[in-house]
Design a protein around this ligand. Sequence first.
Ligand code: SF4
Length: 379
Amino acid sequence: APAAPHSASGEAAATHDLAAVAPPARPARRWTPKRVVATPAAYDHAHGRRIMELVESQGIEVERLRSNRLTGLRGETDRETYARAKATMAIVVSPPSRRKLQPIAPSADWRFDLAEGCPAHCQYCYLAGSLSGPPVTRVYADLDDILAGLADYEGRGTITSRRDARRDEGTTFEASCYTDPLALEHLTGSWRRAVEHFGAWDAPVQLRWTTKFDDVDTFVGLPHHGRTRVRLSVNCKPVTTRVEGGTSRLEDRLAALRRLARDGYPVGVTIAPIIAVPDWRDHYTELLDGIADAVRDVPGLDLTAELITHRFTPGSKEVLLGWYPRTKLEMDEESRSRKHGKFGAVKYVYPAATMAELRTFFHTELATRLPSCRILYWT
Ligand code: SF4
């Protein structure tokens, strides 16, 4: 990878302030899986072997499976299956179907995956409605092939509603649809390599990912060349502290946002899911104040916001109630509006009046506190 200054403009390098990007006193949150398994096929890939070395260097044994199928993950009950799967990481080769990228508006032109599954325990988890089977975390050994395959999509945009806010992004690739990158980076090194790959890719392209973790040490100082936008997924305190088990604290996520922004990365906040908790105005005001503090005085700040209100489907509700039977998360069909998604699937969203109030609040308050922040979409 080129060794030139890693901001798009070089400005951040010129104003590089080591104190601002130095690691925080408190260590980042890191997951230690109880069991790590590797399929025989994973051994055929250099990155698979790199992951195994990285895992073993952290004192975790890698169990070699006899076949490429993952078995033995089910427990006696749904809860047991959930607990067993959530504590397991499998090093596998990605399914061939994943090589044909899917459009993923409004977040990005294309979606690609370096892993599937996440060790955290958010009670609204987006994966509940999208992935089937026990929620084991699979990390992909064939990273080099996956990254090489992205070149075929350069210059092929799919976001037809691209407005001025995104004009300069080039072709965008989202790498966190089915996982949380910073929850797994210390065990895989995969997203670091992706950042370097995009940094060395001399074309208008952008790598994007969002996270609820704060382990950014290995990203600070990478030759990203402004071609990776990292978004921190943040929420108001009642949400982060009550229904986002196993994730990093809000303060630590905001500190990570600041470190990346100071290092010249384009950054963002994904405020999701926006939940109309009691006194939501006060709680979200506190959050927006916290974001404004985190990015204060960052030279050349490039900040975006993605705003996603809470929704659920009959399928995701059923899975989530199996995983979190005592959840306090409101999923009451009666108090929601029924909407039909793209393929006719039903989803429950906030009624129009609540949506309008939330939307006005976020647009107004963000503009007041963070006038340079570009809102990419509201949904
Ligand atoms: Fe699901 Fe994201 Fe929470 Fe992980 S961090 S449990 S992927 S919502």
